[in-house]
Design a protein around this ligand. Sequence first.
Ligand SMILES: [Zn+2]
Length: 64
Amino acid sequence: MSEPGNPKAQMHRLLPAMHGVKKQHLPTKICPACQRPFAWRKKWERDWENVKFCSERCKRSAKP
Ligand SMILES: [Zn+2]
């Protein structure tokens, strides 16, 4: 009986930490093109401050 008996604690232990970033900690923004929220992505890790659109498609559609 060494288990703490906490389902959340057990689940947390089972989740792989391969990404190093917990989903609930990911910052989000609202895309001005499609008005949908989008979350931080690995590919934006160096440029998140400058990211305004959820996708290249929205980025292109917003620019003339
Ligand atoms: Zn968008």
